[in-house]
Design a protein around this ligand. Structure first.
Ligand code: SAM
Ligand code: SF4
Length: 334
């Protein structure tokens, strides 16, 4: 071992003093839905399977991250559950010493059959995308049926996931008359609700921004009907939470555009082809797959990760340069 490796820091600190302790891991760029703001209809430019990181490669990269102080991983996509054996991968990751929080983002349409296995594999928390409770509207937004998603959601509840967070992208003229109904739904089922501002991503950029809604205004409007008190949420990430008075319902507002949260960003993303993206809204990246396949040692891998974190940009520029991001959300791992 050379002296460089002996001095490896156990933590990843970027040039702006932010500690990186969270990885969002995309296990596929494919999806069985076609949310118009995420993946354009007819989109076919998916990664070749031989470019996908294998489970062995994923485990190796995540192990290196945990040895550098990363304690949290979220499995995402595309739709992660379209890739086979995600419960097996989950189990392998939860066995890693140092990983103390494994979560999953899913559209829930394939969750009914897999919820128990994922729970048993150690996935503790799930975030589920649900923009509407109206079947016709759901079809318009995603091109698919709502019922399998509701079934998947109930299967997650039955399996014991806690908390279950509903991610609702707030869109002007699409679902802005449904916020109260979604709050009532989450109250009824003991789900946490997170409203998300649309971000201009990839080819869907203008579609997404055409329906942009400032969540600061939405919050003000909702507070006329519901009494909000400042709240916190463990593992809350970028969402700013309130609690609805006299209930356990927490509502998060994810406001990348109206009030960005880059100064506290603690995360990096790995895409299905093993590209490490340092920011959702910038192109700074390190391609890990060729390095992994060239026979580097575990110590060399850790050095590469430490150096990569030095490339993390200060902030995204969704507001000032809305056409800058050419990747789709489903490619980077949302
Ligand atoms: N398929 C899974 C799902 O839908 O939860 C995981 C991947 S998806 C890309 C992750 C999250 O990104 C979803 O909650 C989705 O609503 C959100 N998302 C996708 N495109 C977006 C955009 N342009 N603006 C804001 N959120 C977006
Ligand atoms: Fe698929 Fe999720 Fe993107 Fe919708 S938001 S198209 S469910 S990856």
């Amino acid at each position: 071992m050379n002296s460089n490796h002996q001095n490896l820091s156990p933590t990843l600190i970027d040039p702006f003093g932010r500690r990186i302790e969270y990885v969002r891991l995309s296990v596929t760029d494919k999806c069985n839905l076609r949310c118009f703001y995420c993946m354009p209809e007819g989109f076919k430019d998916f990664e070749q399977p031989d470019h996908w990181l294998t489970f062995d490669e994923i485990e190796r990269v995540i192990k290196a991250f945990t040895e550098l102080g990363v304690g949290r991983v979220r499995i995402t996509g595309g739709e992660p559950l379209v890739r086979k054996n995600i419960a097996e991968l989950s189990q392998r990751l939860t066995m890693l010493p140092g990983l103390n929080d494994l979560s999953l983002s899913t559209n829930a349409s394939l969750l009914t059959k897999q919820a128990n296995d994922l729970f048993d594999a150690g996935v503790s928390r799930v975030n589920i995308s649900l923009d509407t409770l109206n079947a016709k509207r759901f079809k318009d937004i995603t091109g698919s049926d709502l019922q399998p998603v509701i079934d998947g959601l109930m299967a997650a509840k039955q399996a014991g996931f806690q908390p279950i967070k509903i991610n609702m992208v707030a869109m002007k003229g699409i679902n802005d008359d449904e916020f109260e109904a979604m709050i009532e739904f989450c109250l009824e089922h003991d789900f946490t609700l997170r409203f998300i501002e649309t971000m201009p991503m990839g080819a869907t950029g203008s579609d997404a921004t055409d329906h942009y809604l400032d969540l600061q205004t939405v919050k003000k409007q909702l507070s006329r009907k519901f009494e909000f008190i400042a709240g916190v949420m463990p593992g809350g990430g970028p969402a700013r939470y309130v609690r609805v008075k006299n209930t356990d319902l927490r509502i998060g507002f994810i406001t990348p555009i109206s009030q960005h949260f880059c100064e506290t960003c603690n995360r990096v993303r790995i895409s299905v082809d093993g590209t490490l993206y340092l920011c959702l809204g910038q192109d700074d990246k390190v391609e890990l797959r060729p390095l992994l396949r060239s026979g580097i040692s575990d110590d060399e891998l850790k050095t590469i990760l430490i150096d990569a974190i030095k490339l993390k940009p200060e902030k995204h520029e969704f507001k000032d340069k809305p056409n800058q991001v050419v990747r789709l959300m489903s490619m980077t791992g949302g």
